[in-house]
Design a protein around this ligand. Structure first.
Ligand SMILES: Cc1ncc(COP(=O)(O)O)c(C=O)c1O
Length: 451
């Protein structure tokens, strides 16, 4: 028989005490203590900035004249044009994909609702904030998605955070693509369930994660149908297959797919020919193709009823305004009546814009929607490109890491059915020339847009 080891002879408490006493006496520990005391002293002399620094070098961008956010719009004109700073500009950064904003009958619906209900809401939907318009809107949305029921929130962001946060419990799992929209990721963070993020589009990793989760835990996979920065679709059919195999529930964010993807704008189910029942929970916004504000979930009666009584962003916040509920209802009616024509116009507009950029050699990725990312790479170059586009009358934004991966800053254009082809050709040519010239342009000295 071998002799007992040190640990067995002395016992655990003795070993722990001895270990810490030796660490404290060691030279490195004393040095660490000195460094920490010095840092404390320095912090006292020079307190931490409050609030902390922004992730983007906002002040540097302003000083260098390449800050393009919050640019005021004075008026929205027809065919995708706006007035900004008293200058006419072509809007390429908006989300009115179907070009329905300012449609007279939709605006009229909002005016009528204000006349009937006033401008304010007198409470949460749970209490005094449910009108007949809300109920009609929810029934219409459910029918559109072939689901039993629906629930509307005041924004898409709120929809995602307050549904994802309440659907699961402590020992459950939320599994999410790393590139999902911030609202889905934030919903996962607010939840008591464990959030696991897998590398973008890595379905092998998703499979391994699902296989490792015990059957005693609930699993919810949350995914963007179309990734908002690239316009690329998620591999929803294979994600459905994995969810079925490993008994996971699936929630799909259709903010950039519903109303625009598929021949008649039926979204990801039409695009991939998926059965609506294969997706447990559909989420979408009323603020992009539908020219209102608000977000929604369409799902089973049981899940919607649960959300109506558990979802904090629904219960403890004001109801969607009646003006927006009426706008959304009329917007959905217009969509239903004209969906094929609107989507076909959107697609042909997008095609001409992409073709013109490609002809000039601009790298535009593999978007399958009217989101057109123009890859610039370096964030400072992207900032300069956006500013130069503004000077040429194009209202467009640059997108920097961490919203896109490091080294992959883009100019992000979104095309609408309301644009005119000749304007899009002009815009694509201008952008193509600006991007091509970046190599030879002098860049401002910035510490980097993403610090
Ligand atoms: C994929 C995705 N989900 C959710 C949202 C949030 O929607 P909303 O703008 O209605 O709050 C957005 C908004 O850009 C989005 O792109």
């Amino acid at each position: 028989m071998s002799s007992p080891c040190f640990f067995q002879k002395k016992g655990l408490p003795y070993v722990i005490k001895e270990f810490f006493s030796r660490v404290k006496q060691s030279h490195n520990f004393k040095r660490l203590k000195l460094i920490s005391e010095k840092m404390d002293q320095e912090n006292n002399d020079n307190p931490l900035p409050f609030p902390p620094n922004t992730i983007w070098d906002v002040e540097g961008g302003k000083e260098a004249g390449v800050y393009t956010w919050f640019k005021e719009i004075n008026e929205e004109l027809d065919n995708g044009w706006v007035i900004s700073d008293n200058t006419k500009m072509l809007m390429l950064g908006g989300y009115s994909y179907l070009g329905l904003n300012k449609r007279p009958e939709i605006s009229q619906a909002a005016i009528d609702a204000i006349r009937k209900f006033g401008t304010g809401m007198s409470g949460s939907r749970f209490l005094a904030g449910t009108t007949e318009l809300h109920s009609q809107l929810e029934r219409k949305i459910a029918k559109l998605h072939n689901k039993e029921a629906a629930i509307v929130y005041t924004s898409g962001y709120l929809t995602n955070i307050s549904t994802i946060a309440c659907l699961l419990r402590k020992n459950d799992y939320i599994i999410c693509d790393k590139v999902n929209h911030a609202s889905m990721i934030d919903g996962g963070k607010y939840s008591n369930a464990k959030l696991i993020r897998y590398p973008h589009n890595d379905l092998n990793r998703l499979k391994n994660i699902l296989a490792d989760i015990p059957n005693s835990s609930r699993k919810l996979v949350i995914i963007d149908a179309i990734f908002s920065m690239s316009g690329e679709p998620a591999d929803v059919p294979n994600i459905i297959a994995l969810c079925k195999k490993y008994n996971a529930y699936l929630m799909v964010d259709e903010c950039h797919s519903m109303y625009v993807l598929g021949k008649s704008g039926g979204g990801i189910t039409e695009y991939f020919n998926i059965q609506p029942d294969d997706i447990d929970i559909v989420m979408a916004t009323l603020s992009k193709s539908i020219p209102a504000a608000g977000g929604y979930i369409a799902s089973s009666e049981k899940i919607i009823n649960y959300l109506r009584h558990e979802s904090r962003g629904f219960i403890y916040s004001i109801a969607l305004s009646t003006a927006m509920a009426a706008t959304a209802l009329k917007g959905l009616e217009v969509f239903e009546a004209e969906r094929k024509t609107l989507v076909s116009k959107l697609n042909s507009n997008t095609e001409i814009f992409k073709e013109t950029l490609c002809a000039l050699g601009a790298p535009i990725g593999n978007s399958v929607t009217s989101i057109v990312p123009i890859l610039v790479g370096d964030p400072i170059k992207a900032a300069v490109a956006a500013k130069t586009c503004h000077e040429h009358g194009l209202y467009i934004h640059a997108v920097f890491p961490p919203v896109v991966p490091a080294g992959k800053a883009i100019l992000r254009a979104s095309i609408t059915a309301g644009h005119k082809k000749e304007d899009l050709i002009m815009a694509a040519k201008t952008i193509g020339h600006i991007v091509a010239k970046l190599e030879h342009m002098e860049m401002p000295q910035l510490s980097g847009y993403n610090l």
